[in-house]
Design a protein around this ligand. Structure first.
Ligand code: CMC
Length: 391
């Protein structure tokens, strides 16, 4: 096996060629199809960014309208999906529910596995973009014991998602532009991040020619883990624990540095960013703005800022180039929006959806071979079978 190089955790393995997202971890640069993330977060809306990621160019007005209309036509979810949703216990983690419901889309659309043309791909793309917000909102409402909302297709994509999540029976739902803008920005900032754990999962599952829905369901499962997207939930739980413990950030800093303690400072560190995460900078500013606009004073934001300040001056964190990542401040915005903590990673998933789709589509269009890593075998050499009575 001399020709195989071990690279556990794929720390330095380029697994594909891609024209979607550019990331320079040393300089803190992130661009989608050449456009700086800072500019997109400021000027674009989520569906425009989704189109850009998937098809490579910003849409014209006509392309944008057609894309949105095609998505709207696919926003109905089969009534039988509700039976699956009903079968989950209320305590089920929404990531498990969403992953299962996404996988079930293949069962409801079996022909979606056959991808023989760009048109076949397009059908799956608009189908999942149409149905995912419904599944997300329904999952949250089911957990809260609320009747399901079927949305309003006269609304924008993000507006409709928020309506389906937050409308209440017997009350008129009024859009809050602060929430719409904040959600748009958060979804854009999460929309792609080249070959991270969940995206690599989507590509490798898709490389066996499993369909888009099965591939994305696998990506959702990968995202769930606390070292990846699950960190946003873990950050908020950590900040709440610090608050409940009297706000002693130094105690938690010490725990994070103690190698015999499994505790890590959640929302800190990144495999690729070694100076700063550009998404975290934008989200920190947005958290300040959203709390100000909503008139909320959240002591947890102060704890987060305190932790960040201490970490940036601490030799342990400086030596290891550990900086706040995308998940450090996002939960503070979700909390201000009254999104339950267990839904945070689901919000990440809906943001990442265009990226997963774009990467899956690119892989299929480039006719990439099945992903099949090798290993360095370290087990027993050849030995003979021993009958059970002689062992
Ligand atoms: N708190 C304390 N120490 C840390 C942390 C942290 N958050 N992150 C890394 N370290 C230490 C680690 O113990 C190691 O120390 P040493 O060299 O003494 O053994 C060193 O820094 C390098 O860390 P690593 O685990 O080898 O780095 P990695 O590239 O394998 O892992 C990471 C990257 C993001 C999984 C890790 O930094 C981490 O666990 N962070 C906390 C979880 C988190 O916030 N995840 C979200 C990542 S960004 C969004 C996303 O991917 O979805």
């Amino acid at each position: 096996n001399g020709y195989i190089t071990l690279d556990s955790g794929y720390k330095n393995t380029g697994s594909c060629e891609s024209a979607i997202t550019f990331l320079d971890g040393e300089k803190g640069i992130l661009r989608y199809r050449g456009y700086a993330i800072e500019e997109l977060a400021e000027k674009a809306d989520f569906l425009e960014v989704a189109y850009l990621l998937i098809f490579g160019e910003l849409p014209t007005k006509e392309q944008s309208d057609k894309f949105h209309n095609d998505i709207k036509k696919e926003s109905a979810v089969d009534e039988d999906v509700k039976k699956i949703l009903d079968a989950f216990p209320k305590a089920a983690h929404p990531m498990g529910v969403i992953s299962s419901l996404t996988s079930a889309l293949t069962a409801f659309n079996p022909s979606s596995v056959n991808v023989n043309s760009e048109e076949d791909m397009y059908k799956s793309v608009v189908r999942i973009l149409g149905k995912m917000p419904v599944l997300v909102a329904w999952t949250m409402r089911k957990k809260q014991g609320l009747p399901l909302d079927y949305g309003d297709n006269s609304l924008g994509y993000v507006e409709n998602l928020l309506k389906m999540m937050f409308s209440r029976p017997n009350s008129c739902y009024v859009q809050n532009p602060v929430l719409v803008n904040a959600m748009d920005k958060l979804l854009i900032l999460h929309a792609d991040h080249e070959q991270n754990c969940s995206t690599s999962t989507v590509r490798i599952v898709g490389s066996s020619h499993a369909g888009l829905f099965a591939s994305i369901s696998a990506g959702i499962s990968a995202l769930w883990g606390p070292l990846h997207g699950g960190a946003n939930q873990a950050v908020l739980e950590m900040l709440k624990a610090i608050e409940a413990d009297g706000g002693d950030t130094k105690k938690y800093m010490a725990k994070a540095k103690d190698k015999s303690d499994p505790f890590r400072l959640m929302g800190f560190g990144h495999r690729v960013y070694k100076n700063f995460d550009p998404r975290a900078r934008i989200i920190k500013k947005a958290a300040d703005q959203v709390l100000h606009d909503l008139g909320i004073e959240d002591p947890i934001l102060e704890i987060a800022k305190g932790l960040e300040k201490e970490a940036l001056e601490d030799q342990y964190f400086v030596d290891r180039k550990l900086y706040p990542n995308v998940d450090f401040y996002s939960g503070i915005i979700y909390r201000a929006m009254e999104i339950p903590v267990e839904m945070f990673t689901v919000m990440f998933a809906i943001g990442r959806l265009p990226g997963w789709i774009a990467q899956w589509r690119e892989m299929r269009l480039r006719k990439e071979p099945i992903g099949r890593p090798r290993q360095l075998y370290i087990g027993a050499t050849k030995r003979s079978f021993v009958p059970i009575e002689e062992r």
